[in-house]
Each structure stands twice: as structure tokens, then as C-alpha cells.
Design a protein. Structure first.
Length: 138
């Protein structure tokens, strides 16, 4: 419960930012390489998490990179999308781990059950770790 309360401001920020996102077709960036966004960049502005990789189109330098205010806005949106994506991945990893624990509990053979429980316990929650690191830096 205490962890949830600590995360509440970040969750609220992410929730509110969803309403401010333009439609995907209007975005100047993508977190993944696409036909439209093929040039890789990384965040570098002050007050933005550093080195978040993102992809832009051929006209990005002309349309955004020359204007620091516009570039800051894009990098802020990159940061919000990145954090939202990490949070979503983290939740998926937690659900996968919980499913593995439940499946292990249903195994009749005690040795096999113990092995599967150990595997589930050792399952890394990499997205959760990255999300926690990123939110600590904010």
C-alpha cells in the first residue's frame, strides 16, 4: 500500500499526460523505428530524463530541433511515452510472474513445484526496475 501511495503522483502525471498526447499520426517521434520515423535521437534537454532513445522523421531538424521550446516539448512527450511504456511493461511482467507462481502452486510433485516456484521468484522485473530508476531521477 505504501508503494502505491509513493507511485500515486507519477501515476497521476502519466494518466493526465494521456489526455495531452496528440494522436499517434500527429506525433513528431516514435519510440520505435518506423517507416515515417527512421532517424534515431536521444533525449538531451535539461529537466528531461537523459538518453531516452526515440526516432524522428527526416524533417525533424527543420521543424523542431532548431527551436529549443519545441524540442523541449517533444522530449517531454518522449519522456511521458517512455514512462508510460515502462509502466505498462512492468505491469505485464508482474502479471506474468504471478501467473507462473499460481501455475507452480498447482503442480502436485513437490520437487517440481519447488523448482517452478524458484524460477518464478527469480524472474527479473526489468521494466519495473527501469521505471523505478527513472521516477527516482524526476
Amino acid at each position: 500500500m505504501a508503494q502505491f501511495l509513493q507511485m500515486l503522483p507519477v501515476l497521476l502525471l502519466l494518466f493526465l499526460s494521456l489526455f495531452s498526447f496528440p494522436q499517434e499520426a500527429e506525433r513528431a517521434f516514435s519510440l520505435n523505428r518506423t517507416d515515417r520515423h527512421s532517424m534515431q535521437r536521444a533525449t538531451s534537454m535539461d529537466h528531461i530524463l537523459p538518453n531516452i532513445p526515440y526516432f524522428v522523421g527526416n524533417t525533424f531538424s527543420r521543424d523542431h530541433a532548431r527551436d529549443r521550446r519545441r524540442l523541449f516539448q517533444v522530449e517531454r512527450e518522449v519522456q511521458q511515452a517512455y514512462l508510460y511504456d515502462l509502466q505498462r511493461q512492468c505491469e505485464g511482467q508482474k502479471q506474468d510472474k504471478a501467473r507462473r507462481v499460481q501455475a507452480a502452486r498447482r503442480v502436485y510433485n513437490s520437487d517440481e513445484r519447488a523448482r517452478r516456484m524458484a524460477e518464478a521468484d527469480e524472474m527479473p522485473l526489468e521494466a519495473c526496475r527501469l521505471f523505478q530508476e527513472a521516477t527516482r531521477l524526476l
